[in-house]
Design a protein around this ligand. Structure first.
Ligand code: AGP
Length: 609
């Protein structure tokens, strides 16, 4: 998704802007651009379709330098990826970059065209720069004009604006899209994600909804939605992992898969006692809210939605609490009936997903008992706007395909389900058994990641395939869904997942000798039922690839490849069986030669609707 970087310093900021863009590359984009205010007082614009490296090549041919600049990576929404549609956009002495979507862009475009403005792109963003230009007048400061423009704009935006007439000001505004200010010494920065600025500062101001800010070298002033001057706190962020470092791995996704034993340990750290879960880990108000919970509504998108689907099984089985799970883009546009005592839970890696955030904001009007988020990014919008938050502690996830974010979400959700179960009468023995299993998780995760070579060999059978079916039953059905999502998003193989019992109700028609069928088959109460479903596949000549432990009693034979995984406690199976499925999609993507970390058409953090 689009990324913004801006800088105002005594030194030349070209390198800072480019490094910032490189650090945002993982979010997915299709063009990049930069605008610097040169020593001659002119705005110098360089834009390029493609990667940041293409922009750098352009800058080598036509160098640009300055102490004030803005830069952008664009993920196309209005208008195809092209040099013209790339940001920054300019109107006379003004240049700007924008994340988000302007909903009234068509009406504004006509009005501005009537005033004589000519458009050189198909973007919604270009209306903003002409609007700001049209509102500029003798004596009005850039920040005032930007503030005025935000009164007219409808939709979502994070804006960074510069003017050749105010060489010491970087103006910005946000509503519905994240924007942070990076605080330096006699230099200041802005970005859509603090990660873009970690090379220059560790101190950040998180702008709030409706804020407009004026950034100067020696100071920052912020106005809120009502136009009143406000003081926003400066947060110091810890070191954390350096996103630019893949270590010994070829791809971020690969690194993130192998980090899982370590990060699940971080998710558990300080949250379980010897035999019990510590509900206080869910936040100061957890002990007050949890006993009142009669029902749970989980809302999320993509992989995070799959994590929610897994949690439903745990909540109903262990806590006896009814749970509904829905994708955010649906629930936000549906009239819902909220029963008393319902806790609204969002799940998100980024904490900035537009649909999830909108669903949370809308839910606040609907009489829920409380709001909790399971999230990986501290200070993200979802965390700031929820009463309870449980951080997944996965560290930065750069690969667009979610891996460690998913397994740590499952661990955090298991802690939440246990905390709720505890207040609903879960026996101390059962709690100790489940917590004991969680203690083994990091070690078992290591063993499952150790299947890498076996899975790599298996992946060869998929190199020429265009379709695949994933099957699971019960709590493993969402794991099959997640396996299919991983395969489709990074290898571009069309993959579907079904609860195995549904096969004969339609999908069985797809099964022939050319159809690989991947099966998640831990040893549980549904194993025998699952085995019967697999017979239906074998009878049609389908090629089965079964992930199972020795105790499940499968063996490799004609039409069936067994990928043997270690035995594990049943409560951990959904978390652990995810790992070989991640490895499978990774190795298939390598064979297909796709862009593993930045698959086509996708973005890491989907901050537009
Ligand atoms: C999956 O690999 C994707 N990254 C995607 O489905 C993702 O889970 C979804 O966009 C939600 O993102 P979030 O967790 O940051 O809210």
């Amino acid at each position: 998704m689009c990324g913004i970087v801006g800088a105002l310093a005594q030194r030349n900021v070209t390198g800072i802007l480019l490094e910032g863009l490189r650090r945002l590359e993982y979010r997915g984009y299709d063009s990049a651009g930069v605008c610097l205010l040169g020593d001659d007082g002119q705005l110098q614009l360089r834009k390029s379709q493609g990667k940041v490296a293409d922009l750098e090549a352009k800058l080598q041919q036509q160098p640009s330098a300055g102490h004030l600049g803005i830069a952008h990576t664009r993920w196309a929404t209005h208008g195809v990826p092209s040099d013209d549609n790339a940001h920054p956009h300019m109107s006379g002495h003004i240049a700007l970059v924008h994340n988000g979507i302007i909903e009234n862009h068509q009406a504004l475009r006509s009005e501005l065209q009537d005033k004589g403005y000519q458009f050189s792109s198909d973007t919604d963003t270009e209306v903003v720069v002409h609007l700001i230009h049209s509102l500029s007048s003798e004596g009005a400061s850039l920040v005032d004009v930007v503030g005025k423009a935000t009164q007219i704009l409808e939709g979502a935006y994070a804006l960074a604006v510069v003017s050749s007439e105010e060489p010491d000001v970087l103006a910005c505004a946000r509503l519905g899209s994240p924007l942070v200010l990076g605080v330096g010494i006699e230099e200041n920065f802005i970005a859509s994600d603090p990660m873009a600025l970690r090379q220059v500062t560790d101190r950040f101001i998180f702008l709030e909804e409706g804020d407009v800010a004026e950034v100067r070298r020696g100071g920052i002033s912020v106005r809120d939605k009502q136009g009143g001057e406000v003081s926003r706190p400066v947060h110091k962020l810890d070191g954390g992992h350096d996103v630019a470092d893949k270590g010994r791995y070829r791809h971020y996704m690969q690194k993130e898969i192998f980090e899982q034993p370590e990060v699940v340990a971080a998710t558990l750290a300080g949250r379980i006692g010897e035999h019990s879960v510590l509900p206080q880990a869910l936040g100061a108000r957890a002990l007050e809210i949890l006993p009142k919970v009669k029902q749970v509504q989980i809302v999320a998108c993509g992989t995070s939605y799959h994590a929610g689907m897994v949690a439903r099984y745990w909540l109903e089985e262990w806590a006896g609490v009814p749970c509904s799970v829905e994708v955010a883009s649906e629930i936000r546009y549906r009239k819902t009936v909220v029963r008393p005592g319902t806790l609204f839970v969002t799940i998100s890696q980024s904490g900035e997903t537009a649909d999830t955030l909108a669903a949370l904001r809308q839910a606040k009007e609907l009489g829920y008992l409380g709001f909790m988020t399971i999230c990986n990014v501290p200070n993200s919008s979802l965390v700031r706007e929820s009463e309870l938050s449980l951080m997944t502690e996965a560290g930065p996830e750069i690969g667009v395909a979610s891996t460690k974010a998913f397994t740590t979400q499952l661990v955090a959700l298991q802690l939440f389900c246990l905390a709720l179960a505890k207040t609903n009468g879960l026996s101390a023995e059962r709690e100790a058994e489940l917590v004991g299993a969680l203690r083994q998780l990091p070690q078992l995760m290591e063993a499952f990641a150790g299947l890498d070579k076996t899975v790599q060999r298996t992946s060869e059978a998929f190199a020429e395939k265009n379709h695949a079916l994933f099957l699971g039953r019960g709590v493993e059905f969402p794991i099959a869904l997640e396996g299919a999502l991983k395969l489709k998003e990074i290898s571009y193989i069309h993959a579907e997942a079904y609860p195995a019992g549904e096969l004969k109700h339609g999908p069985l028609a797809l099964v022939d000798g050319d159809m690989p069928v991947i099966v998640v088959a831990p040893n549980n109460d549904l194993l025998e039922k699952l085995k019967s479903n697999l017979q239906e596949v074998r009878a049609r000549g389908g090629q089965l690839f079964v992930f199972a432990s020795p105790e499940a009693g499968f063996s490799s034979e004609e039409g069936m490849t067994l990928i043997e995984v270690p035995d594990c406690p049943r409560s951990l199976a959904p978390i652990l069986y995810t790992v070989p499925l991640q490895l499978l999609s990774y190795h298939v993507a390598l064979l297909k030669g796709t862009d593993v970390d930045q698959p086509r058409n996708l973005a890491k953090s989907v901050t537009v609707e």
